[in-house]
Design a binder for this molecule. Structure first.
Ligand code: NDP
Length: 310
């Protein structure tokens, strides 16, 4: 089986080495040097790979995304018809996102924006003590990333709620689904965390309506996709005081243009889509396993549901 590998130039060798370390017999072609298109049976691609290009390979059996999100792969023209797409579900991705979420929840919970501003002014002032058990956290999406982050926050003593597409039971987490569930959870979310996949149903979900439902002075954390947030609505909510601070890892577009108001906004904490970065050596075992399954016709791991969009 020849495997087409396509990712950012600086990650290509690490991916190739990680895959070959597990299966030295793999024949790897590094995009754009695909060789004979008829030899390619699987494509392991970064989310920016052009799906129209994958229509060149008549014997393609599997596409593997090098990331957890697949919104880039599913947008038109989408993958070649009939070809399954697998995404990454990786312990190190999940761990990193959990750390990034904790960092920002604690930053807001422990009044770090205010203390940094006080330090800049050399102003010695003790703020009221924050109470963990009273800081209610609402998580949009309780999948691999959301449920792990929720577990960490619960472990620290925060009351955690979560919103999903289908009804779910998660131990220690109050769960919600549907439009009404979203409104009910938002009304009690002192910190709202978005860890949803970007789909037609979730695009622009963090808008003026949802932000307006949060308790006044709530915080917003987005580690999912820039397209979940209506930027003008979030900026208006920050400026009015409805939202007291936002931690954002993902933007629309990326890289965020230097003139964008987020860069210099005193209530916005930014990271450059770096909350959770794929580490090839960690992700390679499931990719090699899926290549083996594609070869033998066994059921594939972590398949994307095209109808649901994630
Ligand atoms: P999962 O597929 O495991 O979980 C998705 C969750 O979102 C599920 O709980 C699902 O509900 C819920 N959901 C999906 N659609 C809806 C909807 N319409 N209404 C309500 N809930 C919905 O995804 P992951 O946790 O692995 O990843 C989530 C996203 O995080 C990725 O898609 C990606 O965009 C982003 N990401 C960002 C990274 C970064 O570095 N910033 C790194 C990695 C991922 P249900 O449980 O019912 O299926």
């Amino acid at each position: 089986m020849a495997v087409l590998l396509s990712t950012k130039a600086n990650a290509m060798e690490a991916w190739r080495g990680a895959l070959l370390a597990l299966d030295p017999g793999l024949e790897i072609r590094m995009f754009p040097d695909a060789g004979d298109p008829a030899a390619i049976e699987a494509a392991v691609v970064w989310t920016s790979h052009d799906m129209a290009e994958l229509r060149r390979y008549p014997n393609l059996k599997l596409i593997v995304s090098m990331g957890a999100g697949v919104d880039h792969l599913l947008r038109p023209p989408g993958p070649p018809p009939g070809i399954p797409v697998a995404r990454l579900v990786d312990r190190m991705l999940t761990t990193q996102m959990g750390e990034w979420v904790l960092l920002n929840v604690l930053r807001f919970h422990r009044q770090d924006l205010e203390y940094r501003a006080l330090q800049r002014d050399r102003h010695w002032l003790e703020l009221p003590a924050p109470v963990t058990a009273e800081r209610r956290i609402g998580i949009l999406g309780l999948g691999e990333l959301g449920s792990h982050a929720g577990g960490l926050l619960r472990g620290l003593g925060f009351p955690v709620m979560g919103w999903t597409r289908r009804p779910r039971q998660v131990e220690g987490v109050e769960t919600f689904h549907g439009e009404e569930g979203l409104a009910a959870m938002a009304a009690r979310s002192d910190i709202l965390i978005c860890l949803l996949p970007l789909t037609p149903a979730t695009r622009g979900i963090v808008d003026a309506r949802l932000l307006g439902r949060l308790p006044r002075g709530a915080f917003v954390i987005n580690g999912a996709r820039g397209g979940h947030v209506v930027d003008a609505d979030l900026l208006a909510a920050l400026d009015s005081g409805q939202v007291a601070g936002a931690a954002l890892d993902v933007f629309q577009p990326e890289p965020l243009p230097p003139e964008h108001p987020y860069w210099a906004h005193p209530k916005v904490i930014m990271t450059p889509h770096a909350a959770s970065i794929t580490i090839p050596a960690s992700a390679a075992p499931q990719v090699v396993e899926n290549l083996r399954r594609a070869r033998t016709g066994a059921p594939l791991l972590n398949l994307v549901d095209f109808a649901a969009g994630y």
